[in-house]
Design a protein around this ligand. Structure first.
Ligand SMILES: Cc1cn([C@H]2C[C@H](O)[C@@H](COP(=O)(O)OP(=O)(O)O[C@H]3O[C@@H](C)C(=O)[C@@H](O)[C@H]3O)O2)c(=O)[nH]c1=O
Length: 182
């Protein structure tokens, strides 16, 4: 697995070594010891999976305060654009984001530390998205920032007429009303 640093401290793109043969392929999707050596001592406690159709945008989500979750995300079917927004007020890249394409073809993974908002847009007809988190799900600590917030300036490659979000995400707060991290 290659661990590639991004322009935001603590955010990594992971590229697995894929072994192909006549039967198909094999790769190590997660190896705790490697992850610890390259990223840090993070204990993932839950695996999640969602399926979405083209144009679905889930995000930009985070859990507030001590309920923040680090996430290791990947796509096992289809193609998405994944975005992590830095909400760490003391960070040099506060308010900045990293965008990466994740697909079943490139098999890339994206590591988003605590203190970030996260979201993705589905580019293929269907996408199955799976991710590990390192903290409990706490529905009353959930927060959502508008994906099309002007300050964030994320360039989603679809018109808002093509984008489908949840009611919760439509009612999300603008970035300047969000709760940040120290
Ligand atoms: C996130 C989550 C949701 N749920 C339930 C609540 C709800 O009834 C249903 C769907 O939840 P949501 O609408 O919040 O699902 P979704 O919009 O897919 O939320 C996810 O979006 C991506 C971008 C993230 O980064 C995740 O952390 C998470 O916030 O699943 C759980 O039971 N456990 C969980 O850990």
């Amino acid at each position: 697995m290659k661990y590639i640093k991004t322009e935001i401290e603590g955010v990594y793109i992971l590229e697995p070594k894929v072994f192909e043969d006549a039967r198909g392929y094999f790769f190590e999707a997660f190896k705790s010891s490697d992850f610890k050596n390259n990223v840090g001592d993070i204990e993932f406690i839950q695996d999640n999976e969602s399926k979405s159709s083209r144009g679905v945008l889930r995000g930009l989500h985070y859990q507030r305060g001590a309920y923040s979750q680090a996430k290791l995300v990947r796509v096992i079917k289809g193609r998405v654009l994944d975005v992590a927004v830095d909400l760490r007020r003391s960070s040099a890249t506060f308010g900045k984001h990293v965008m990466v394409e994740l697909s079943d073809e490139n098999k890339r993974q994206f590591f988003i530390p605590r203190g970030f908002a996260h979201g993705f847009l589905v580019l293929s007809d269907e996408a199955v998205f799976t991710y590990k988190v390192d903290n409990v799900y706490a529905p009353d600590k959930e927060a959502s920032i508008r994906f099309d917030d002007e300050i964030l300036g994320i360039e989603w490659p679809m018109d808002s007429s093509e984008i489908l979000t949840s009611k919760k995400d439509l009612e999300a707060l603008p970035f300047d009303k969000a709760e940040y991290f120290d």
